[in-house]
Design a protein around this ligand. Structure first.
Ligand SMILES: *Cc1c(COP(=O)(O)O)cnc(C)c1O
Length: 441
Protein backbone atom coordinates (compact mmCIF):
# COMPACT_ATOMS: atom_id res chain seq x y z
CA UNK A 1 0.00 0.00 0.00
CA UNK A 2 1.28 3.39 -0.98
CA UNK A 3 0.98 6.01 1.75
CA UNK A 4 -1.17 8.95 0.72
CA UNK A 5 0.38 12.42 0.82
CA UNK A 6 -2.32 13.72 3.16
CA UNK A 7 -1.16 11.10 5.70
CA UNK A 8 2.50 11.95 5.33
CA UNK A 9 3.38 10.05 2.15
CA UNK A 10 5.21 11.53 -0.83
CA UNK A 11 2.91 13.57 -3.10
CA UNK A 12 2.36 12.06 -6.55
CA UNK A 13 3.16 15.42 -8.14
CA UNK A 14 5.58 18.10 -7.04
CA UNK A 15 6.14 21.48 -8.67
CA UNK A 16 3.98 20.99 -11.74
CA UNK A 17 4.50 23.62 -14.48
CA UNK A 18 1.19 25.31 -13.65
CA UNK A 19 1.38 28.20 -16.08
CA UNK A 20 2.37 25.98 -19.00
CA UNK A 21 -0.33 23.39 -18.31
CA UNK A 22 -3.18 25.49 -16.98
CA UNK A 23 -2.49 29.17 -17.72
CA UNK A 24 -5.50 30.89 -19.27
CA UNK A 25 -6.21 32.82 -21.32
CA UNK A 26 -3.22 32.33 -23.59
CA UNK A 27 -1.85 35.80 -24.16
CA UNK A 28 0.55 36.52 -26.99
CA UNK A 29 2.16 39.67 -28.31
CA UNK A 30 -0.83 40.06 -30.57
CA UNK A 31 -3.16 40.50 -27.57
CA UNK A 32 -0.70 42.88 -25.98
CA UNK A 33 -0.37 44.98 -29.12
CA UNK A 34 -4.15 45.20 -29.51
CA UNK A 35 -4.55 46.33 -25.90
CA UNK A 36 -1.69 48.82 -26.13
CA UNK A 37 -3.23 50.42 -29.16
CA UNK A 38 -6.45 51.09 -27.24
CA UNK A 39 -4.52 52.57 -24.34
CA UNK A 40 -2.33 54.77 -26.52
CA UNK A 41 -5.25 56.09 -28.51
CA UNK A 42 -7.39 56.55 -25.38
CA UNK A 43 -10.11 54.66 -27.20
CA UNK A 44 -11.67 52.85 -24.24
CA UNK A 45 -15.15 54.30 -24.57
CA UNK A 46 -15.83 54.32 -28.31
CA UNK A 47 -17.70 51.63 -30.15
CA UNK A 48 -15.61 51.19 -33.31
CA UNK A 49 -13.53 48.22 -32.09
CA UNK A 50 -16.54 46.75 -30.31
CA UNK A 51 -18.58 46.95 -33.52
CA UNK A 52 -15.84 45.06 -35.40
CA UNK A 53 -15.80 42.43 -32.68
CA UNK A 54 -19.58 42.11 -32.86
CA UNK A 55 -19.45 41.58 -36.60
CA UNK A 56 -16.76 38.91 -36.31
CA UNK A 57 -18.46 37.22 -33.37
CA UNK A 58 -21.83 37.09 -35.16
CA UNK A 59 -20.16 35.45 -38.18
CA UNK A 60 -18.35 32.95 -35.97
CA UNK A 61 -21.51 32.20 -33.99
CA UNK A 62 -23.61 31.88 -37.14
CA UNK A 63 -26.12 34.45 -35.97
CA UNK A 64 -27.42 37.58 -37.64
CA UNK A 65 -26.64 39.95 -34.76
CA UNK A 66 -24.13 40.10 -31.92
CA UNK A 67 -24.17 42.83 -29.31
CA UNK A 68 -21.38 43.28 -26.76
CA UNK A 69 -21.90 44.35 -23.15
CA UNK A 70 -19.63 45.26 -20.27
CA UNK A 71 -20.16 41.80 -18.77
CA UNK A 72 -22.20 38.63 -19.09
CA UNK A 73 -24.64 39.63 -16.36
CA UNK A 74 -25.62 42.73 -18.35
CA UNK A 75 -25.94 40.74 -21.59
CA UNK A 76 -28.28 38.26 -19.90
CA UNK A 77 -30.32 41.11 -18.41
CA UNK A 78 -30.59 42.60 -21.88
CA UNK A 79 -31.76 39.25 -23.24
CA UNK A 80 -34.52 39.20 -20.62
CA UNK A 81 -35.55 42.74 -21.55
CA UNK A 82 -35.33 41.87 -25.24
CA UNK A 83 -37.93 39.12 -24.96
CA UNK A 84 -40.18 41.41 -22.92
CA UNK A 85 -39.87 39.54 -19.63
CA UNK A 86 -42.06 41.45 -17.22
CA UNK A 87 -44.07 41.55 -14.04
CA UNK A 88 -45.77 38.27 -13.19
CA UNK A 89 -43.97 36.26 -15.85
CA UNK A 90 -42.18 33.07 -14.92
CA UNK A 91 -38.85 31.98 -16.35
CA UNK A 92 -37.58 28.45 -15.82
CA UNK A 93 -33.88 27.95 -15.13
CA UNK A 94 -31.73 25.06 -13.99
CA UNK A 95 -31.08 25.26 -10.26
CA UNK A 96 -27.36 24.52 -10.50
CA UNK A 97 -25.72 27.51 -12.14
CA UNK A 98 -24.06 30.80 -11.34
CA UNK A 99 -26.57 33.33 -9.97
CA UNK A 100 -26.27 35.66 -12.99
CA UNK A 101 -28.07 33.18 -15.24
CA UNK A 102 -31.34 34.13 -13.60
CA UNK A 103 -31.17 36.51 -10.61
CA UNK A 104 -31.82 39.51 -12.90
CA UNK A 105 -35.35 38.22 -13.50
CA UNK A 106 -36.15 39.90 -10.18
CA UNK A 107 -35.39 43.30 -11.72
CA UNK A 108 -38.25 42.73 -14.14
CA UNK A 109 -40.68 41.55 -11.48
CA UNK A 110 -40.53 38.06 -12.96
CA UNK A 111 -40.29 34.82 -11.00
CA UNK A 112 -37.46 32.36 -11.40
CA UNK A 113 -38.69 28.78 -11.36
CA UNK A 114 -36.07 26.14 -10.76
CA UNK A 115 -35.74 22.93 -12.71
CA UNK A 116 -33.83 19.94 -11.44
CA UNK A 117 -30.52 18.72 -12.83
CA UNK A 118 -29.56 15.41 -14.35
CA UNK A 119 -26.40 13.33 -13.96
CA UNK A 120 -24.54 15.78 -16.20
CA UNK A 121 -25.35 18.64 -13.80
CA UNK A 122 -27.55 20.12 -16.56
CA UNK A 123 -31.24 21.01 -16.79
CA UNK A 124 -33.19 17.75 -16.57
CA UNK A 125 -35.74 17.71 -19.41
CA UNK A 126 -37.81 15.17 -17.42
CA UNK A 127 -38.42 17.84 -14.80
CA UNK A 128 -39.02 20.71 -17.20
CA UNK A 129 -42.74 20.28 -17.78
CA UNK A 130 -43.43 20.26 -14.04
CA UNK A 131 -42.04 23.81 -13.98
CA UNK A 132 -44.25 25.16 -16.77
CA UNK A 133 -47.49 27.03 -16.00
CA UNK A 134 -49.67 29.40 -18.05
CA UNK A 135 -47.45 32.21 -16.75
CA UNK A 136 -44.22 30.76 -18.07
CA UNK A 137 -42.67 32.99 -20.70
CA UNK A 138 -39.20 31.59 -21.22
CA UNK A 139 -36.66 28.91 -20.42
CA UNK A 140 -33.09 29.85 -19.51
CA UNK A 141 -30.87 27.02 -20.66
CA UNK A 142 -27.32 26.85 -19.25
CA UNK A 143 -24.75 24.53 -20.83
CA UNK A 144 -23.23 23.97 -17.45
CA UNK A 145 -19.47 23.43 -17.25
CA UNK A 146 -19.39 22.92 -21.00
CA UNK A 147 -21.88 20.07 -21.14
CA UNK A 148 -24.40 20.70 -23.95
CA UNK A 149 -27.96 20.40 -22.67
CA UNK A 150 -30.41 17.96 -24.24
CA UNK A 151 -31.56 20.52 -26.81
CA UNK A 152 -33.75 18.09 -28.77
CA UNK A 153 -35.98 17.58 -25.76
CA UNK A 154 -35.80 21.12 -24.44
CA UNK A 155 -36.64 22.75 -27.78
CA UNK A 156 -39.47 20.28 -28.38
CA UNK A 157 -41.00 21.12 -24.97
CA UNK A 158 -40.49 24.86 -25.53
CA UNK A 159 -42.21 24.74 -28.94
CA UNK A 160 -45.12 22.73 -27.60
CA UNK A 161 -45.70 25.28 -24.84
CA UNK A 162 -44.85 28.29 -27.04
CA UNK A 163 -42.00 29.40 -24.81
CA UNK A 164 -39.01 31.55 -25.67
CA UNK A 165 -35.62 29.92 -25.16
CA UNK A 166 -32.60 31.88 -23.96
CA UNK A 167 -29.25 30.08 -23.88
CA UNK A 168 -26.66 31.13 -21.32
CA UNK A 169 -23.45 30.04 -23.06
CA UNK A 170 -21.07 31.46 -20.45
CA UNK A 171 -19.54 28.01 -19.92
CA UNK A 172 -19.75 26.70 -23.45
CA UNK A 173 -18.91 29.25 -26.13
CA UNK A 174 -18.35 27.46 -29.40
CA UNK A 175 -19.55 24.09 -28.15
CA UNK A 176 -21.63 21.77 -30.31
CA UNK A 177 -24.78 19.73 -29.83
CA UNK A 178 -25.30 17.11 -32.55
CA UNK A 179 -23.35 19.12 -35.09
CA UNK A 180 -24.99 22.49 -34.38
CA UNK A 181 -23.37 25.28 -32.45
CA UNK A 182 -24.54 26.10 -28.94
CA UNK A 183 -26.06 29.56 -28.90
CA UNK A 184 -28.02 28.89 -32.09
CA UNK A 185 -30.79 26.73 -30.61
CA UNK A 186 -32.62 29.35 -28.62
CA UNK A 187 -34.32 32.54 -29.79
CA UNK A 188 -31.49 34.45 -28.20
CA UNK A 189 -28.26 33.59 -26.41
CA UNK A 190 -26.09 35.60 -24.07
CA UNK A 191 -22.84 34.86 -22.35
CA UNK A 192 -19.95 36.04 -20.28
CA UNK A 193 -16.50 36.45 -21.82
CA UNK A 194 -15.01 37.24 -18.43
CA UNK A 195 -11.34 36.55 -17.83
CA UNK A 196 -11.92 33.23 -16.08
CA UNK A 197 -14.35 31.79 -18.65
CA UNK A 198 -13.35 29.59 -21.54
CA UNK A 199 -13.71 32.51 -23.94
CA UNK A 200 -11.73 34.95 -21.83
CA UNK A 201 -11.45 38.61 -22.73
CA UNK A 202 -11.21 40.55 -19.50
CA UNK A 203 -14.70 41.72 -18.53
CA UNK A 204 -17.07 41.37 -21.43
CA UNK A 205 -20.42 39.89 -22.37
CA UNK A 206 -22.14 39.26 -25.67
CA UNK A 207 -25.68 38.60 -26.83
CA UNK A 208 -26.54 36.92 -30.14
CA UNK A 209 -29.82 36.53 -31.99
CA UNK A 210 -31.35 36.38 -35.46
CA UNK A 211 -34.32 38.41 -34.32
CA UNK A 212 -34.10 42.11 -35.23
CA UNK A 213 -36.68 43.13 -32.64
CA UNK A 214 -34.79 41.38 -29.85
CA UNK A 215 -31.57 42.96 -31.06
CA UNK A 216 -33.02 46.46 -31.04
CA UNK A 217 -34.60 46.00 -27.62
CA UNK A 218 -31.26 44.75 -26.24
CA UNK A 219 -29.55 47.80 -27.74
CA UNK A 220 -32.05 50.15 -26.15
CA UNK A 221 -31.70 48.36 -22.81
CA UNK A 222 -28.12 49.40 -22.13
CA UNK A 223 -26.59 51.15 -25.13
CA UNK A 224 -27.94 54.67 -24.87
CA UNK A 225 -25.54 55.99 -27.53
CA UNK A 226 -26.93 53.49 -30.02
CA UNK A 227 -30.54 53.98 -28.97
CA UNK A 228 -31.39 56.26 -31.88
CA UNK A 229 -32.84 56.32 -35.37
CA UNK A 230 -29.61 54.97 -36.88
CA UNK A 231 -30.04 51.67 -35.07
CA UNK A 232 -33.67 51.42 -33.97
CA UNK A 233 -35.40 50.66 -37.23
CA UNK A 234 -38.24 48.32 -36.43
CA UNK A 235 -39.31 48.90 -32.85
CA UNK A 236 -41.68 51.84 -33.14
CA UNK A 237 -42.49 51.69 -29.44
CA UNK A 238 -38.85 52.39 -28.54
CA UNK A 239 -38.50 55.45 -30.71
CA UNK A 240 -39.79 58.09 -28.26
CA UNK A 241 -37.04 57.13 -25.81
CA UNK A 242 -33.90 57.82 -27.76
CA UNK A 243 -30.49 58.41 -26.15
CA UNK A 244 -31.37 56.86 -22.85
CA UNK A 245 -30.77 53.34 -21.57
CA UNK A 246 -34.16 51.77 -20.98
CA UNK A 247 -32.77 49.29 -18.47
CA UNK A 248 -31.23 52.12 -16.47
CA UNK A 249 -27.78 50.60 -16.84
CA UNK A 250 -24.89 51.47 -19.09
CA UNK A 251 -23.91 48.30 -20.84
CA UNK A 252 -21.16 49.50 -23.15
CA UNK A 253 -18.05 47.34 -23.38
CA UNK A 254 -14.61 48.69 -22.55
CA UNK A 255 -12.80 48.53 -25.89
CA UNK A 256 -9.67 47.21 -24.20
CA UNK A 257 -11.69 44.01 -23.80
CA UNK A 258 -13.23 44.18 -27.28
CA UNK A 259 -9.74 44.47 -28.78
CA UNK A 260 -8.54 41.49 -26.79
CA UNK A 261 -11.68 39.53 -27.69
CA UNK A 262 -11.00 40.06 -31.40
CA UNK A 263 -7.57 38.46 -31.03
CA UNK A 264 -8.85 35.65 -28.77
CA UNK A 265 -11.59 34.81 -31.28
CA UNK A 266 -9.05 34.10 -34.02
CA UNK A 267 -7.43 31.29 -32.00
CA UNK A 268 -10.35 30.19 -29.86
CA UNK A 269 -11.54 27.13 -31.80
CA UNK A 270 -8.10 25.59 -32.19
CA UNK A 271 -7.30 26.18 -28.51
CA UNK A 272 -10.59 24.55 -27.47
CA UNK A 273 -9.87 21.58 -29.70
CA UNK A 274 -6.55 21.07 -27.92
CA UNK A 275 -8.25 21.36 -24.51
CA UNK A 276 -10.76 18.70 -25.54
CA UNK A 277 -7.98 16.39 -26.68
CA UNK A 278 -6.21 16.84 -23.35
CA UNK A 279 -9.33 16.44 -21.20
CA UNK A 280 -10.56 13.40 -23.11
CA UNK A 281 -7.11 11.86 -22.66
CA UNK A 282 -7.22 12.54 -18.91
CA UNK A 283 -10.59 10.84 -18.53
CA UNK A 284 -9.67 7.95 -20.84
CA UNK A 285 -6.78 7.22 -18.49
CA UNK A 286 -9.24 6.94 -15.61
CA UNK A 287 -11.68 4.67 -17.44
CA UNK A 288 -13.02 1.95 -15.15
CA UNK A 289 -11.64 3.44 -11.93
CA UNK A 290 -14.24 3.08 -9.16
CA UNK A 291 -15.81 6.07 -7.42
CA UNK A 292 -15.47 8.64 -10.17
CA UNK A 293 -17.04 9.17 -13.60
CA UNK A 294 -16.39 11.81 -16.21
CA UNK A 295 -19.01 14.38 -17.16
CA UNK A 296 -18.49 14.51 -20.90
CA UNK A 297 -20.20 13.77 -24.20
CA UNK A 298 -19.53 11.21 -26.87
CA UNK A 299 -17.96 13.35 -29.59
CA UNK A 300 -18.94 10.86 -32.31
CA UNK A 301 -22.49 12.27 -32.02
CA UNK A 302 -21.27 15.68 -33.22
CA UNK A 303 -21.51 17.13 -29.70
CA UNK A 304 -18.60 18.37 -27.65
CA UNK A 305 -17.61 20.05 -24.40
CA UNK A 306 -16.55 23.38 -25.97
CA UNK A 307 -13.55 24.69 -23.99
CA UNK A 308 -14.36 22.25 -21.16
CA UNK A 309 -14.87 25.13 -18.75
CA UNK A 310 -14.35 24.18 -15.12
CA UNK A 311 -14.30 20.43 -15.76
CA UNK A 312 -16.21 18.30 -13.28
CA UNK A 313 -16.40 14.65 -12.45
CA UNK A 314 -19.17 12.78 -10.68
CA UNK A 315 -18.32 11.24 -7.34
CA UNK A 316 -19.92 7.96 -6.25
CA UNK A 317 -19.16 7.44 -2.55
CA UNK A 318 -20.92 4.07 -2.51
CA UNK A 319 -18.09 2.66 -4.62
CA UNK A 320 -15.48 3.91 -2.11
CA UNK A 321 -16.88 2.61 1.20
CA UNK A 322 -18.85 5.86 1.67
CA UNK A 323 -15.77 8.08 1.73
CA UNK A 324 -16.93 11.71 1.77
CA UNK A 325 -16.33 13.79 -1.32
CA UNK A 326 -14.64 16.47 0.76
CA UNK A 327 -12.15 14.06 2.26
CA UNK A 328 -11.54 12.62 -1.20
CA UNK A 329 -10.81 16.06 -2.64
CA UNK A 330 -8.59 16.97 0.28
CA UNK A 331 -6.54 13.83 -0.33
CA UNK A 332 -6.32 14.52 -4.08
CA UNK A 333 -5.20 18.11 -3.48
CA UNK A 334 -2.40 16.87 -1.25
CA UNK A 335 -1.17 14.75 -4.18
CA UNK A 336 -1.39 17.46 -6.84
CA UNK A 337 1.25 19.93 -5.72
CA UNK A 338 -1.17 22.83 -5.33
CA UNK A 339 -3.50 22.18 -8.27
CA UNK A 340 -7.10 22.51 -7.18
CA UNK A 341 -9.64 19.78 -6.70
CA UNK A 342 -12.78 20.72 -4.81
CA UNK A 343 -16.29 19.44 -4.39
CA UNK A 344 -19.64 20.88 -5.28
CA UNK A 345 -19.32 23.49 -8.06
CA UNK A 346 -22.08 26.13 -7.82
CA UNK A 347 -24.65 25.68 -5.06
CA UNK A 348 -28.19 25.03 -6.19
CA UNK A 349 -29.84 28.43 -6.47
CA UNK A 350 -33.20 27.42 -5.01
CA UNK A 351 -31.46 26.83 -1.68
CA UNK A 352 -30.21 30.43 -1.49
CA UNK A 353 -32.00 33.02 0.66
CA UNK A 354 -31.99 35.46 -2.26
CA UNK A 355 -34.55 33.30 -4.02
CA UNK A 356 -36.45 32.39 -0.87
CA UNK A 357 -36.85 35.60 1.11
CA UNK A 358 -34.95 38.63 -0.26
CA UNK A 359 -37.27 41.62 -0.71
CA UNK A 360 -35.59 43.96 -3.22
CA UNK A 361 -38.67 46.15 -3.76
CA UNK A 362 -39.60 46.44 -0.08
CA UNK A 363 -43.14 45.23 -0.64
CA UNK A 364 -43.18 42.72 2.19
CA UNK A 365 -42.90 39.73 -0.11
CA UNK A 366 -39.87 37.86 -1.47
CA UNK A 367 -39.00 39.56 -4.76
CA UNK A 368 -38.87 36.26 -6.55
CA UNK A 369 -42.64 35.93 -6.07
CA UNK A 370 -43.51 39.60 -5.48
CA UNK A 371 -45.85 39.68 -8.46
CA UNK A 372 -47.00 36.08 -8.61
CA UNK A 373 -49.09 33.62 -6.71
CA UNK A 374 -46.35 31.03 -6.74
CA UNK A 375 -45.31 29.45 -3.47
CA UNK A 376 -41.56 29.15 -2.96
CA UNK A 377 -42.22 25.85 -1.21
CA UNK A 378 -42.67 24.49 -4.73
CA UNK A 379 -38.90 24.06 -4.58
CA UNK A 380 -39.37 21.19 -2.16
CA UNK A 381 -40.40 19.19 -5.20
CA UNK A 382 -36.86 19.33 -6.49
CA UNK A 383 -35.62 15.82 -6.11
CA UNK A 384 -33.16 15.63 -3.27
CA UNK A 385 -30.94 12.83 -4.57
CA UNK A 386 -30.10 14.49 -7.83
CA UNK A 387 -29.86 17.98 -6.36
CA UNK A 388 -27.36 16.65 -3.90
CA UNK A 389 -25.45 14.76 -6.52
CA UNK A 390 -21.76 14.91 -5.80
CA UNK A 391 -19.34 16.46 -8.18
CA UNK A 392 -15.74 17.54 -7.95
CA UNK A 393 -13.39 19.55 -10.11
CA UNK A 394 -10.49 18.07 -12.03
CA UNK A 395 -7.45 19.82 -13.54
CA UNK A 396 -8.38 21.96 -16.55
CA UNK A 397 -5.60 21.15 -19.01
CA UNK A 398 -5.08 23.74 -21.72
CA UNK A 399 -2.48 21.72 -23.62
CA UNK A 400 -2.13 18.16 -24.73
CA UNK A 401 0.96 17.23 -22.75
CA UNK A 402 0.59 13.48 -22.52
CA UNK A 403 3.28 12.94 -19.91
CA UNK A 404 1.85 15.43 -17.43
CA UNK A 405 -1.73 14.34 -18.04
CA UNK A 406 -0.67 10.77 -17.22
CA UNK A 407 0.94 11.94 -13.99
CA UNK A 408 -2.21 13.77 -12.92
CA UNK A 409 -4.43 10.80 -13.76
CA UNK A 410 -2.07 8.58 -11.76
CA UNK A 411 -2.44 10.89 -8.75
CA UNK A 412 -6.24 10.45 -8.82
CA UNK A 413 -5.78 6.72 -9.24
CA UNK A 414 -3.42 6.63 -6.25
CA UNK A 415 -6.04 8.21 -3.97
CA UNK A 416 -8.75 5.85 -5.18
CA UNK A 417 -6.61 2.71 -4.89
CA UNK A 418 -5.63 3.70 -1.38
CA UNK A 419 -8.90 5.27 -0.27
CA UNK A 420 -9.29 2.91 2.67
CA UNK A 421 -6.53 4.83 4.42
CA UNK A 422 -8.90 7.81 4.49
CA UNK A 423 -11.93 6.19 6.07
CA UNK A 424 -10.81 6.53 9.64
CA UNK A 425 -11.88 9.88 11.04
CA UNK A 426 -13.87 10.80 7.94
CA UNK A 427 -16.82 12.36 9.71
CA UNK A 428 -17.77 14.89 7.05
CA UNK A 429 -20.72 13.51 5.14
CA UNK A 430 -21.94 16.84 3.75
CA UNK A 431 -21.93 17.75 0.09
CA UNK A 432 -19.71 20.70 0.96
CA UNK A 433 -17.09 22.45 -1.05
CA UNK A 434 -19.51 24.75 -2.80
CA UNK A 435 -18.30 27.74 -4.75
CA UNK A 436 -18.77 30.99 -2.86
CA UNK A 437 -19.71 29.28 0.36
CA UNK A 438 -22.78 27.29 1.14
CA UNK A 439 -26.14 28.65 0.10
CA UNK A 440 -27.31 29.99 3.40
CA UNK A 441 -24.26 31.10 5.31
C1 LIG B 1 -19.97 34.05 -15.31
C2 LIG B 1 -21.36 33.71 -15.58
C3 LIG B 1 -22.34 34.69 -15.82
C4 LIG B 1 -22.10 36.16 -15.61
O1 LIG B 1 -21.13 36.71 -16.38
P1 LIG B 1 -20.20 37.94 -15.89
O2 LIG B 1 -19.39 38.26 -17.09
O3 LIG B 1 -19.40 37.46 -14.73
O4 LIG B 1 -21.14 39.06 -15.53
C5 LIG B 1 -23.61 34.27 -16.17
N1 LIG B 1 -23.92 32.97 -16.26
C6 LIG B 1 -23.02 32.01 -16.01
C7 LIG B 1 -23.43 30.58 -16.17
C8 LIG B 1 -21.72 32.35 -15.64
O5 LIG B 1 -20.83 31.39 -15.35
Amino acid sequence: MEKLAILGGTPAIENPPRKELFGWPIITEEDEAAALEVIRSNNFSGTDITAQFEKEFAAWQGREYALAFCNGTASLSAAMFAIGLSMGDEIVCTTKTYWASISQAANFGASAVFCNIDEHLSMDPHDLERCITPKTKAIMVVHYCGYPCDMDRIIEIARRHKLIVIEDCSHAQGGMYKGKKLGTFGDIAAMSLMSKKSFAAGELGVLVTDNRVYYERALAFGHYERNNSLHILECEELKPYSHIALGGIKGRANQLCSAMARVQLKYYDERCAEIRRAMNCFWDLLEGVPGIRPIRVDESTGSNMAGWYSPQGLYLPEELHGLSVNRFCEAVRAELGGVKCSAGANFCLHTNAFFQTFDLFGVGKPTRIAFSERDVREDDKLLRPSVERYCFSVPWFKHYDREWIERFAAAFRKVIENHEQLLEGDTDKAQGGLWYGTAND
